[in-house]
Design a protein around this ligand. Structure first.
Ligand code: PEP
Length: 266
């Protein structure tokens, strides 16, 4: 059975003391759930202090980015090798990295490979823009993103990674997530099904059934049950709502309630 995974992407928000306070508040509100994995992706600077602060029975850490070379003359960058003691996960290919920092398909492929090489699980973000959806290109876009990103991986490695379906048009700017457009369950169902069928065709049924697929884009507690009801959705990559301890803790609690209702708690 795939474990529910909830990842909070704090983006470029919170200094070290604000981050510490948020972890403290989350710790008060989030119980230990054996069947739910809760992952925090704070800014790079705060990974180290938070790694000492977090209760590891409740939280794991993710980096929001890293560079694919292990070391070298790359001013300003941090490598996966440097992060391997600190984080379990790394977000790769977020639409903000693609759009604002010009990361292309090849760079994302190299980052996924570097993460796997360093035993950090990549959370590979894929998704189409509004224009691509309106032009009927969604599947082609996902196909190209998956094909390049997974190119160097074996079926066994693909089975262990996480793919986050994040339609670019549904991703908030971090503050407007309550009023932002969110994908409809049938749109998510269709795309998540496509992601798994692509993986099944290329890497086989074990990889397709083992891989975890998340939804991301203006997630709030209100939508948790309807998205988890979608076959093949294993959790959420949460941006704006993860900075609000009430909302993020409530997303975790709602996921647990959903799981209990389905009788899926061990
Ligand atoms: C994200 O940053 O990955 C994200 C999904 O953001 P939001 O939930 O704010 O749309």
């Amino acid at each position: 059975m795939r474990k529910i995974l909830i990842v909070g992407n704090w983006k470029m928000h919170l200094n070290a003391s604000q981050a510490s306070l948020l972890v403290h508040r989350l710790h008060e509100r989030i119980m230990i759930h054996r069947d739910i994995e809760v992952v925090l992706a704070p800014p790079m600077l705060t990974l180290q202090p938070l790694s000492v602060q977090i209760d590891r029975r409740k939280f794991r850490l993710a980096a929001q980015n890293a560079y694919f070379a292990d070391e070298g003359p790359f001013t300003g960058e941090v490598s996966f090798t440097m992060l391997r003691e600190l984080v379990h996960y790394v977000i790769v290919g977020h639409s903000e990295r693609r759009r604002v920092f010009g990361e292309d398909l090849d760079m994302i492929r190299d980052k996924v490979a570097a993460a796997v090489r360093n035993e950090i699980t990549p959370i590979l973000c894929v998704g189409e823009t509004k224009h691509e959806r309106q032009s009927g290109e969604t599947k082609q876009v996902l196909h190209d993103q998956l094909m390049t990103a997974l190119h160097n991986l074996t079926a066994r490695e693909v089975r262990e990674i996480v793919v986050a379906y994040e339609p670019v048009w549904a991703v908030s700017n971090g503050t407007d997530w309550r009023n932002h457009e969110i994908a409809k369950p049938d749109q998510v169902a269709e795309t998540v099904n496509y992601i798994r069928s692509y993986v099944r065709d290329v890497f086989g049924p074990k990889a397709a059934s083992g891989l975890r697929v998340l939804y991301g884009g203006s997630t709030s507690p209100d939508f948790v049950h309807s998205f988890l009801d979608i076959d093949g959705v294993d959790g959420f990559l949460v941006g704006g709502a993860s900075l609000n301890y009430h909302s993020f803790a409530s997303i975790v609690t709602q996921s647990y309630d959903w799981q209990r209702q389905k009788g899926a708690v061990t």
